[in-house]
Structures are given as structure tokens and as C-alpha cells.
Design a protein around this ligand. Structure first.
Ligand SMILES: Nc1ncnc2c1ncn2[C@@H]1O[C@H](COP(=O)(O)OP(=O)(O)O)[C@@H](O)[C@H]1O
Ligand SMILES: [Mg+2]
Length: 230
């Protein structure tokens, strides 16, 4: 057991796999295909922070704010209730190809002081919008990560893994390289059935439990299925 402050993820079962939570001020990549639950994971993580009285921020590059808020409400997460106090803020940034203003804006929002939890959904959209070489993308991502690290929130970046295009996995690799942790949400269809699995691929400063762990999404959000005292 390492002596690091842990941040509860709010996802039932996950904390047990990572010594009680994500390391404070770490950056974790949550990756997976479309519809695997990345955005729900992020919302659940931020909601947990709000319940602890923390200040949280959501930067969306994919879905409009109203859509995310409406989806969250289904799980009982009324983020709007925390807007007036400043505890919660969600911003949509329209990805603009090759635009410096775009990355500056993300960096500016991400480096706001005094924020406990930060989500950027998704970093694949951001890297895609940059264009340019792999090296350039990595530089941009490093800049962003440096800004986040300076500000210190415990952060989730999401990354989409397209099932049909292996070459795009390189985007994921760039992000994986700079993150402190990588968790993967798998969604597999077999015959009539579908299976969701969760895996901690990497977590710095953490003796994490290896292997894949089945999970479900129900009206309360994401929950690991195996009940071993979670
Ligand atoms: N109330 C619910 N009960 C069960 N599954 C749900 C519920 N709400 C959403 N889902 C599942 O979650 C998926 C969307 O998750 P989302 O986090 O938006 O995916 P991603 O961000 O990875 O694309 C839906 O495709 C659906 O399968
Ligand atoms: Mg999403």
C-alpha cells in the first residue's frame, strides 16, 4: 500500500482495484469504443466529487452541454444544482482544425486553479482536430498535460478507440504515453448477448488489480458486477 492520497472514483467496485481511488492530481485516460460508457464514467466521477463538496469541471469537445446534462439526469445527477455556487461548470468547445485558439482555450480552462476534478471528453477529438504529425500531436498533448499538472486537479481524459480502424489506435498511444493511468472499457457483442468489461491497464504509484472485470450500466450508473466486498 503506497502512502498517497486517493480520490474516490464514485464507481462501485473500481476503487478497490486501485488502492482506494485514483492518485490525487493524477491524469487517467479512460478509453474504449463508442457507447462503452466513457461519458457516464466521467459524470459519475464528477458527481462523486460534488457530493464531497469539491469543485469540478467538465470540458466537452464531443457532445453539447445540454445533451450531457440531460443524459446525466437519467442517473439522478442534477449537475445544474451546483452551477450557481461555482462548484460545477461544464463547457463545450468546438474543435477547430489547426487552431491555436482552440488548444489555448482548453489549456486555459484546464489550468483554472483550485479545481479538484477535471474531465476532458474527448482527447481523441482534440488530437484529431489538431491535424499535423504524430510528434506535433504529442507536443500539444504534453503542453496540455503540463498545464493540468501545474493546476493539480485529479483528471480524466477520455479517448475513443474505433473498432474498425486499427491505425487510429496511435492516437490512443500518444495519450496513453502521457497519462499516469489508463483504464479501458470494453463492450463486446456475442450472439444475442453483450458484455461490458473494465480493465486497469496502467496506474502509476498504484498496485492495481490486473485482469478484466465485468460491469453493468443501470439506472444508477456504472457498477462492477463481481461482489467481493466492493
Ligand atoms: N439507464 C441506462 N441503463 C443501461 N444502460 C445505459 C443507460 N443509459 C445509457 N446506457 C448505456 O450507455 C451507453 C452510452 O454511454 P456513454 O458513456 O455515452 O458512451 P461513450 O461516451 O463511451 O460513447 C449507451 O449506449 C447505453 O448502452
Ligand atoms: Mg461519450
Amino acid at each position: 500500500m503506497t502512502d498517497i492520497k486517493r480520490v474516490s472514483t464514485g464507481i462501485k467496485g473500481v476503487d478497490k482495484l486501485v488502492e482506494g481511488g485514483f492518485p490525487e492530481s493524477s491524469i487517467t485516460l479512460v478509453s474504449g469504443g463508442a457507447g462503452c460508457g466513457k461519458t457516464i464514467f466521467c459524470n459519475q466521477f464528477l458527481w462523486e466529487g460534488l457530493q464531497n463538496g469539491e469543485k469540478v469541471r467538465f470540458i466537452s469537445l464531443e457532445e453539447p452541454v445540454d445533451d450531457i446534462l440531460a443524459d446525466a439526469k437519467v442517473f439522478g445527477w442534477q449537475f445544474e444544482d451546483y452551477e450557481d455556487s461555482g462548484q460545477f461548470k461544464m463547457e463545450y468547445i468546438k474543435p477547430a482544425s489547426g487552431s491555436h485558439g482552440f488548444i489555448d482555450k482548453i489549456s486555459e480552462l484546464a489550468s483554472e486553479g483550485d479545481v479538484d476534478r477535471l474531465v476532458i471528453d474527448s482527447v481523441s477529438v482534440m488530437l484529431g482536430a489538431f491535424g499535423g504529425t504524430q510528434a506535433k500531436k504529442r507536443d500539444n498533448l504534453y503542453d496540455l498535460v503540463r498545464n493540468i499538472k501545474r493546476a493539480g486537479p485529479t483528471t480524466i481524459l477520455t479517448s475513443e478507440i474505433p473498432e474498425d480502424d486499427e491505425t487510429k489506435l496511435s492516437r490512443f498511444k500518444v495519450a496513453e504515453f502521457v497519462a499516469d493511468g489508463v483504464v479501458v472499457l470494453y463492450y463486446t457483442g456475442v450472439g444475442e448477448g453483450t458484455f461490458r468489461n473494465f480493465e486497469v491497464r496502467k496506474m502509476r504509484r498504484t498496485d492495481h488489480t490486473p485482469g478484466t472485470h465485468p460491469f453493468e450500466i443501470n439506472d444508477q450508473g456504472i457498477k462492477l458486477k463481481r461482489d467481493t466486498g466492493f
